[in-house]
Each structure stands twice: as structure tokens, then as C-alpha cells.
Design a protein around this ligand. Structure first.
Ligand code: KIV
Length: 273
């Protein structure tokens, strides 16, 4: 009897160890099927709270709940076997207190089996990050543009355009690294700042709209596939699936309407042979 060794899933320490090394490839996924497609090419799959906008059509990520994240997190865990799966802590599930954050994070880890959580915020979340990490919760931080703050910042605009803002974003990045985050997403900051941040911390920086000067990159899968109508300017489209899907649906509808659709009769005809 041969014993096949199952490939081990990547862990938060594996990703931490990639600082300054081979760039980290990260994409979002919310479903088992897309997770199985991206798994072999990615190091990290993020079950992002962007699912609120991408899957559910909300205007922002604010309405997303822990239950929604757990449901889609389960699906992504079932569809993947190689990548580290990181699940976003949604707005309102962690900011109240360190204890609230731990209860939410523990629920997400226990109920999905994922390898880490992500939360937004720099200096203000440092104490919470340390509390979680000390209690066995690997944390990916998220600084720069933090979409859950939309009602305070007013729009999804790039951060750190003025050099005067750099210090704050740098302090945020250093604070989450010192608190024990194993990596940090840096969203929508200009290249010189991204380069400075990447040089300032010993944890990998993962950029989204933050130039090549990061240790890795993340994109929202549907954005890079051309499946979302409103895409941030920095997103490069690697596919244009929207029109392809529309054409397939139109072809199907036309066949059904003209009674040319090869439905079960086709299968029965084959069986009868
Ligand atoms: O929710 C999400 O998809 C994210 C990425 C944009 C990094 O946080």
C-alpha cells in the first residue's frame, strides 16, 4: 500500500517568511469553484469583505456580516487545498474591543478552518492585533485606503498623495508590524510611499494599487477578470469575461426561444441508440 503525502497548505508563518523573497501572489475568492481555479497559482486566497459589493451589490462593505464571511469562507476552504485562506473581519465585528475581536476571530477560525483573519486599521488596531496574535489568531493587517472607513473618508480615494500624510501611514504600518501582524495589505498609495513602507517593516507588504514596490500583490478576482462594472483605476484587467458571459447567455436564450436548445431530448435520443 502506498502512502501518498498530501501537499501541506501554506500557513501564516510561510507567508511571513517570504519578506523580501519571491513575490506573494494573492487574489480574492468567495466561492468553491473560483477558489479551485485560483488555488494552484496563488499563495494566499482572501475571502474579502468586498464580497458585499461584488456578490451582493451593496454600495460599500459596511453591511457585510460575520455570518456572510463564514458561509463564503467555508466554500473557499472546500475549493482549495494549497493556498493560505485569509478571511476578512467585517465592519462592526472587531472594533468595539479586543475581546469582541477575539470572539469574532475565534468563530471565523473555528467554523471555517481558515488560516488567518484580516482586519483594517493601523495604530488604532495595534493593541487588538497583539491581543489576537498572543491568543493564537494570525492577523493580516490592512492600511492606507481602508474601505470600511468609507463613511468617514467620504470616497475610495488614493491615500498619501500629500507627503504630509506619509508619516501617518508609515506609523500605521510600523504599528501593525510591531503588534505581530504576519503581513500587511497596503491599499491605494503612491509608489515612493509603498517603497518606504516596504523598507520600514520586517513583515511582507501586499499591495493593491500600491505599485510594484511591495512584497506581493492582491486584486479582487472579479475586477481583474472584467466581471465588475465599476473597477478602480489601478486595476489591470487580465480577462474580459463579462461580454463572454453575456454572449453565452444570449445564445442560450435564443436557442431556447427558437426551440433549438439541445435539452434532455438530446440525451434521451443518445440513450435510445
Ligand atoms: O475585501 C477585499 O477584497 C480586500 C482587498 C481589496 C484587499 O480587502
Amino acid at each position: 500500500m502506498s502512502i501518498q503525502k498530501q501537499a501541506r497548505r501554506l500557513t501564516a508563518p510561510d507567508i511571513f517568511a517570504r519578506k523580501g523573497g519571491e513575490p506573494i501572489v494573492m487574489l480574492t475568492s468567495y466561492h468553491a469553484h473560483t477558489a479551485s481555479l485560483v488555488d494552484q497559482h496563488c499563495d494566499v486566497i482572501l475571502v474579502g469583505d468586498s464580497l458585499g459589493m461584488v456578490m451582493h451589490g451593496f454600495e460599500s462593505t459596511i453591511p457585510v456580516t460575520v455570518e456572510m464571511m463564514i458561509l463564503q469562507g467555508h466554500a473557499v476552504m472546500r475549493g482549495s487545498s494549497h493556498s493560505l485562506v485569509v478571511i476578512d473581519m467585517p465592519f462592526g465585528s472587531y472594533e468595539g474591543s479586543k475581546e469582541q475581536a477575539f470572539a469574532s476571530a475565534a468563530r471565523i477560525l473555528k467554523e471555517t478552518g481558515c488560516g488567518a483573519v484580516k482586519l483594517e486599521g493601523g495604530k488604532r488596531m495595534a493593541e487588538t492585533i497583539a491581543f489576537l496574535v498572543e491568543r493564537g489568531v494570525p492577523v493580516m493587517a490592512h492600511v492606507g485606503l481602508t474601505p470600511q472607513s468609507i463613511n468617514v473618508i467620504g470616497s475610495f480615494k488614493a491615500q498619501g498623495r500629500e507627503e504630509a500624510d506619509w508619516q501617518r501611514i508609515e506609523q500605521d504600518t510600523i504599528a501593525v508590524a510591531e503588534a505581530g501582524a504576519f503581513s500587511v495589505v497596503i491599499e491605494a498609495v503612491a509608489e515612493p510611499l509603498a517603497r518606504k513602507l516596504t523598507a520600514s517593516v520586517a513583515i511582507p507588504t501586499i499591495g493593491i494599487g500600491a505599485s510594484v514596490a511591495c512584497d506581493g500583490q492582491v486584486l479582487v478576482l472579479e475586477d481583474m477578470l472584467g466581471l465588475t462594472p465599476r473597477v478602480p483605476k489601478f486595476v489591470k484587467r487580465y480577462g474580459d469575461l463579462g461580454p463572454g458571459i453575456e454572449k453565452a447567455v444570449a445564445d442560450y436564450a435564443a436557442e431556447v426561444r427558437s426551440r433549438a436548445f439541445p435539452g434532455p431530448e438530446h440525451v434521451y435520443a443518445m440513450k435510445a441508440k
